[in-house]
Write a protein that binds this ligand. Sequence first.
Ligand SMILES: C[S@@+](CC[C@H](N)C(=O)[O-])C[C@H]1O[C@@H](n2cnc3c(N)ncnc32)[C@H](O)[C@@H]1O
Length: 477
Amino acid sequence: MEGKGRGVVATRDFKPGEVVMATPPLALVTSEVRQRPDGELVVDSILDRRLYGSKWFSVLYDGSARSCKAALSYAPEEAATDSEDGRPAAPPEPLLASTSAPAKAAPAAAAAAAPKKKGFLASRGAAGRKAGGKGAAAAGSAEAGAAAGAAEGGELPVPDRREQTRLAKVVKFNCFGDDAEDLAGCAARGEEPRGHIGLWPEFAMLNHSCCPNTVNYVVCGSMVVRAVAPIQRGEEVTICYLGRPQLLPYNKRIAILADDYGFECSCARCEAEQAHVDKLDDAFLEFHEELDERLGPAFMEARAMGDNEAVEEVAEAVAAGLRKLYNLFRKTLIAPDVRQYYIASMYDAYDLAFSCAAALGRGEDGSALQACLKSMEVVSAGSDLHALLAVRHHDHVLATHGPDSPLTALARSALRRAHVARYGAVSEQVLERLVELNRKLHLQEADVADASAAPAAGGAAAAGAEGADAGPGGASA
Ligand SMILES: C[S@@+](CC[C@H](N)C(=O)[O-])C[C@H]1O[C@@H](n2cnc3c(N)ncnc32)[C@H](O)[C@@H]1O
């Protein structure tokens, strides 16, 4: 892929909701708590289980331009029966079809003691950043495979220091982790959501976009990648490496991608935003910093103190900031599709506007909530936050306009789109169940937010959600 090394290209057309890839891990570390384990545990797991014998380690990206160009001969049909890569040929479990718990993972003694390092996959959202390692267990996909087998037979030499350094880099650039699996999916299967981090080699071949055409998350240990927009044969399949920072303004996103993953993003959203960078970006960054440093903390404090006057002041400042930006849009003649990207990049402002209205018990007009939802549709379709916001928006419109309103029908379509993007074209019955589970999750998280005086809508609504689910790799995922 021009300027990106290798990538993944669709070999047929895909509709939103269709599974583009579902692949088992080469190495996986899970945690008993809802917290992503440290990335070093993946390295430990690979060393402990001698998984470095896998052919994948000679082709996965290690941060050097050379490795990004290494030829990769890969035939999916072969992979299903190929044990050379250290994995069994078991097919991934289908979403919502399984009631069985994922394979029990053996404890990794070395892993539990591994030191935490800052910066590893550091661009995850705030929750992701405090990765711990509590109760972590490791599994080399199904523990076995030729690599591990050879090691037990004493045939695989322990890698030297140089090789271990490269292994750590391969893991850094290619592994994926999250604080929990899909919460509604886990509830539907009667499973406890668990923090996890691992290496899914085929998935690690996916490149990043700030407005990706897929969403990904782990189901019963397998990485599932679903189309969230129509993807045509020959088109590149992309994921987002950023997690919650995906909703930051252009300059902040590209700085994270450059620092953490070493590349300059030229996705459609970055290119569109970059075209107006001179006229708009200073205003955007200034407002964002004000939200981050002054208005957000002021809201939290005011809400905790029950100081409605101070909440009102924050609400007015946010509204004034948004008005200023809209005036700039008008002057700058920005095309509507590019404007959508900017709205997504100002997610935090809409979120705070919504939270202020909720804290003031105002029953806001829904426009801030609608902007939050629109942001999701444009850049983070199929994310857990998208599903939660779609439920919240639908319920708000229904309560305001009644069941027969065309607005409620539109909100219902948006609700369906969000759930199809995340869970596939499920039956009406399964859809209803997932919506109900997401509604319950939203209410639970809102209770937690109330108790801790956290903002109520997205940050708000999203209290439990990660926002955008992150992608690998550097693969941040
Ligand atoms: C997980 S790997 C993805 C596969 C990689 N392209 C390869 O050939 O192995 C992550 C690395 O791919 C490259 N990459 C991913 N997305 C990119 C993008 N949008 N633009 C440029 N490089 C990208 C970066 O070097 C990044 O650190």
